[in-house]
Design a protein around this ligand. Structure first.
Ligand SMILES: Cc1cc2nc3c(=O)[nH]c(=O)nc-3n(C[C@H](O)[C@H](O)[C@H](O)COP(=O)(O)OP(=O)(O)OC[C@H]3O[C@@H](n4cnc5c(N)ncnc54)[C@H](O)[C@@H]3O)c2cc1C
Length: 313
């Protein structure tokens, strides 16, 4: 059954899984791992389909804005360059133009056991993780003890590093970190309640003189989730790093902000030595699986590469 929502309030009475661009939903329904009624929200583009700069300088992105529109937005390119760069790096041109910002944050895990109709895992109603004891080179580097597949959202990681907030219909705003939690609940990809409608993403005012970069280590040119990805935002004044935000994806059950790396950068001279030291800190709490030890090196290398690109060294 398909319900097409035309006004946000209708979502309260609608029964079924919300569909925005459908690039994740359709894949799961086609595979037979998800089923039941669909609640299509595409017509809410009229309400939640714009990128707007507010009077106080903050920027609001509607949940139905496409990833491609964010990547190509002059406003985003000029004021949140790392967001534009990461949006432009994921999936394929077709995916970016069909997929919405809301769906990018709320997509389900890409674990092949979750997406196999013959397996039931934590995230599909079971009580185990089939990937844990099997060959699983794409798994996490920071093992929280439950699901060992990394969170898939590139833009979740990016928006975490931008300290964005998300707005839920009828429930107000919350920091994006609260959308994902700490990953300790292996049954969840995000912490929205069933039927909650994400309406907007709010970005704080741009940070003056920020230097940013996004980089992904990936097994092929496109159409693949990264092995590790990183978003860096830095401000350097008189040769000293005075502001640092570092996000990483592909390594944990949730997108991560690496505050230990940020602490290693803040107040230090903007030198190659500082960047190398800070990149090594990224792995200090790593507890990889038997098949993901190689990703520790990818993590350090990806963070270092992104730091170097941000500072153009
Ligand atoms: C080949 C390939 C490569 C990819 N590479 C990457 C990558 O590197 N990084 C990455 O992040 N993604 C990647 N993706 C995934 C892609 O980004 C997602 O499929 C897409 O962002 C989902 O957006 P959508 O609008 O199509 O979501 P949908 O498929 O419509 O929805 C996804 C989920 O979000 C929920 N949802 C959607 N919008 C809302 C809302 N407003 N409120 C409440 N719930 C909502 C839906 O109920 C559903 O559970 C890739 C996909 C493919 C096919």
């Amino acid at each position: 059954m398909l319900t097409i929502i035309e006004k946000p309030a209708q979502v309260r009475d609608a029964v079924g899984e919300i569909r925005a661009g459908g690039t994740d939903v359709h894949d799961r329904y086609r595979l037979g791992v998800s089923s039941g009624p669909i609640v299509d929200i595409y017509k809410l583009s009229a309400d939640f389909g714009d990128i707007t700069q507010n009077a106080d300088g903050t920027v609001t992105i509607g949940a139905l804005v496409s990833i491609d529109a964010v990547a190509k937005s002059k406003l985003v390119q000029e004021q949140y360059a790392g967001l534009a760069e990461s949006a432009d790096s994921l999936g394929t041109p077709q995916i970016r133009s069909a997929a919405s910002m809301g769906g990018a944050l709320l997509q389900r895990t890409r674990c092949w056991f979750f997406r196999h109709p013959n397996y039931t895992c934590y995230k599909s109603g079971g009580d185990e993780c089939h990937a844990r004891d099997r060959h699983n080179p794409n798994g996490v580097v920071f093992d929280a003890g439950g699901c060992v597949y990394p969170h898939p959202s590139t833009l979740g990681m990016t928006l975490l590093a931008y300290e964005a907030e998300v707005e839920i219909y009828g429930k107000g705003r919350r920091p994006i970190a609260d959308l994902f939690g700490d990953g300790s609940d292996p049954t969840r990809d995000h912490l929205l309640a069933q039927g909650d409608l994400l309406t907007h993403i709010n970005l704080p005012t741009p940070t003056p003189n920020e230097q940013t970069a996004y980089f992904r280590s990936i097994a092929r040119f496109e159409a693949e989730w990264p092995i590790v990805e990183c978003l860096v935002r830095l401000v350097v004044e008189d040769g000293v790093i005075t502001f640092a935000r570092v996000g990483v994806g592909g390594v944990a059950a949730v997108p991560l902000r690496l505050e230990n790396v940020e602490a290693a950068l803040m107040g230090a001279s903007a030198t190659q030595e500082t960047l190398e030291r800070a990149a090594k800190v990224s792995a200090e709490n790593a507890n990889p699986l038997p098949h993901t030890a190689h990703k520790v090196d990818f993590l350090i290398g990806t963070v270092l590469e992104t730091l170097e690109r941000a500072l153009e060294v």
